[in-house]
Design a protein around this ligand. Structure first.
Ligand code: FA5
Length: 341
């Protein structure tokens, strides 16, 4: 191999390595010259066949060339690495001079707005607010509410049972009656609100929804008081003193007599007003009072339970309850200038 051949080989190798623009191209260039069958490796291997007087100088020149190529590869690799880092830094740079994303302070969810309004309305009627656990036991959710095991009413409340500990997600807020009455003597006048769970899902039913429970126990509580206060509440809530309210006979194991509360209402989607159900109510069943160690001969009570999503849907004219839980800001942001505070 002549000096000229070596010079040409060096020129070609250094120029190919110098223009390699990716790590893969650089590896290929290195392999072409220094790989197992590379253009420098093969002559180096064959040096032993050269005449003795040439062998030393050819081997020396090839080794120098190999060292130069290795050095050029190292330098090019460092260059590519630096380029990669600066590209990344540039793409991840934060421009502190850009305007902020917006000054939207956020707001209450429509269900929270309605719950705040409910709390304030009932508070003004002398009811204070209580709360209870969402994970209940069968005794508080069913048995103490006069719904013994195998009672057909339990099947209507098919719920989510916990695999350990025998707990379940409460199907209604009525266990609050038991929890509160076990610890407090009459007179009692409270409301409780919160999440409840059922195996239900369509445009007007959700597997998780909210209820408000009202409980009143005293020695002269009666059905007229229940009707009066619910009617007053509905008129105030919908801000309409002429709204028709109907108490339709019904059945709940924990109240006797029991009724469904309906209002004659027209939403934007309806051509005619219709009777729409808000919830259930009744006089607390004497068995429930006895379960809570309250003498049913001395005290009587009323209770009611209303669906909060139902109230919110009617109030705002929303026809699909699922909208409340899709976290769509275009929907949610409409409620924070509604006048509710
Ligand atoms: C009850 O849950 C009784 N605990 C109410 C009660 C309390 C009666 C105290 C007597 C005394 P009901 O299953 O009907 O009743 O539910 C009450 C309201 O919750 C319904 O009228 C409806 O407004 C709402 N509701 C029921 N299921 C759903 C659901 N899956 N999604 C949204 N709202 C619902």
């Amino acid at each position: 191999m002549s000096d000229k051949d070596l010079m040409l080989l060096e020129e070609r190798a250094l120029s190919e390595i110098g223009v390699a623009s990716t790590f893969a191209a650089l590896d290929n260039a290195k392999a072409l010259y220094l790989g197992k069958d590379g253009l420098v490796t093969v002559p180096l291997r064959l040096v032993k066949n050269f005449p003795p007087e040439e062998r030393r100088s050819v081997a020396y020149s090839l080794n120098v060339l190999r060292a130069k190529i290795e050095c050029a590869v190292r330098e090019r690799r460092r260059f590519l690495e630096e380029k990669q880092v600066s590209k990344r830094l540039l793409s991840e740079a934060i421009d502190c001079t850009l305007p902020a994303r917006g000054d939207d302070p956020g707001g209450y969810h429509p269900i929270s707005i309605v719950m705040r309004r409910l709390r304030s309305l009932w508070h003004s009627a002398g009811f204070h607010c209580i709360s209870g656990p969402e994970i209940e036991d069968e005794w508080h959710n069913f048995t103490a509410l006069n719904t013994p095991e195998y009672h057909p009413a339990r099947s209507m409340h098919d719920t989510f049972y916990l695999s350990e500990g025998g707990g379940l997600l409460r199907t209604h807020t009525s266990p609050l009656q038991i929890r509160y009455l076990l610890k407090h003597c009459p007179p009692v006048r409270v409301i409780g609100m919160g999440r409840v769970y059922r195996v239900d899902q369509d445009a007007t039913h959700s597997p998780m929804f909210h209820q408000i429970e009202g409980i009143c126990v005293n020695n002269d509580t009666n059905f007229s008081q229940l009707k009066g206060i619910l009617k007053l509440f509905i008129h105030k809530f919908f801000d309409d003193d002429f709204l028709d309210v109907r108490f339709r006979p019904s059945f709940f194991p924990f109240t006797e007599p029991s009724a469904e509360i309906d209002i004659f209402f027209k939403t934007a989607q309806m051509s005619q007003p219709q009777w729409l159900e808000l919830g259930g109510c009744g006089l607390i069943n004497p068995n429930v009072l006895s379960m809570c160690n309250i003498d049913p001969d001395k005290y009587r009570g009323f209770a009611f339970g209303l669906g909060i999503e139902r109230l919110a849907m009617l109030f705002y004219g929303i026809d699909d309850l699922r909208l409340f839980y899709q976290n769509d800001l275009r929907f949610l942001s409409q409620f924070n200038f509604s006048g509710f505070k």
